[in-house]
Design a protein around this ligand. Structure first.
Ligand code: OAD
Length: 284
């Protein structure tokens, strides 16, 4: 459970002035990273305790973070993927930050969400799946290691639909006749290209923004390309960039940038609530 964060007077004032902009925006988009799901209990990749940090980090990255790892060590990769990545993510639920983006849409402000996250929490929070662009793939889809045959693991129908599927404890083998290669997650691994169609929609979601529109950048270190180029593209079009993070990033140098420092799961809902209040007043 995240500890309660106290919103300072300065931050409250920033929330109020930014909420006016958000309330009046013609278009709103979001660009999210691992920090978006941190308050759901999913670890980030960088920073203290990050998945790619410490002694195990570089090993984990080589084993299940690259296509070479999956090809050379499919059994080790599957087991490491389960224990270090999938199993800790499985019980996570959407947090108030995810729900705030869904609430904006429910209130008539559609939000196109470009996410680097593979956890599916935006959709489970209620955001329209057709407006969530998962540029780094998803742990809810799988493919065989060699020929790319696609797989999904069913969720137990009797269980809560919010539950993520149980995965086999040993790596499954592709059942397509003549294939027989091992299965791996359909996530983008280091050295791989991003999925073309999704990437094109993500770029469109940024470049269709203009002056007066808002891009919410939530919980990303802004270090992984090409994804980190997206907020730069939105800023170049004149959109406001509202960034939510525990620490400053290189996005701080973008024009029309406002920085909301602290846990996104607590600050983003405050901004959305205030924007919707202002919109409601404007209507009455
Ligand atoms: P990182 O782990 O690089 O960065 C997470 C960011 O979230 C950091 O800037 C933190 O300060 C911030 N953060 C942590 N907790 C937060 C909170 N409660 N509220 C707000 N911010 C918080 O994660 P990403 O930027 O998403 O790629 O990493 C990008 C890509 O690198 C990932 O998609 C993954 C990884 O390798 C692939 O898997 C291809």
């Amino acid at each position: 459970m995240a500890s309660k964060f106290t919103i300072s007077e300065d931050l409250a004032s920033l929330i109020h002035s930014s909420a006016k902009i958000l309330a009046a925006a013609g278009k709103v988009a979001a660009f999210t990273g691992a920090g978006m799901s941190a308050e759901s209990g999913i670890g980030t990749f960088r920073g203290q305790g990050g998945l790619w940090k410490g002694i195990v980090g570089p090993v984990a990255l080589t084993v299940f973070g690259t296509p070479v790892g999956w090809r050379l060590m499919p059994v080790v990769s599957w087991k490491a993927y389960l224990s270090h990545f999938y199993d800790p993510m499985k019980p996570a639920l959407p947090n108030p930050g995810h729900r705030a983006l869904a609430t904006l849409a429910e209130a008539g402000v559609p939000v196109k969400i470009v996410t680097q996250n593979v956890d599916g929490l935006h959709q489970r929070a209620g955001s329209d799946p057709s407006g969530v662009y998962e540029v780094h793939g998803t742990v809810l889809k799988y493919k065989c290691n060699h020929n790319g045959h696609r797989y999904e693991f069913p969720v137990d129908q009797a269980a809560d639909p919010q539950v993520m599927p149980d995965l086999p404890r040993s790596p499954p083998v592709c059942s397509v006749p003549g294939c027989g290669y091992y299965i791996r997650p359909d996530c983008v691994l280091f050295t791989e290209n991003l999925p073309g169609g999704t990437w094109a929609r993500a770029e469109d979601a940024m470049t269709e923004l203009g002056p007066g529109d808002v891009l919410l950048v939530v919980g990303t270190s802004s270090t992984v390309q090409p994804a980190a180029s997206l907020p730069v593209a939105a800023a170049a079009k004149g959109a406001h960039v509202f960034e939510f993070n525990l620490e400053e990033t290189s996005f701080g140098s973008l024009p029309n940038h406002a920085f909301f420092q602290g846990p996104a799961g607590q600050i983003l809902p405050a901004l959305v609530e205030e924007a919707l209040r202002i919109r409601g007043e404007g209507r009455s």
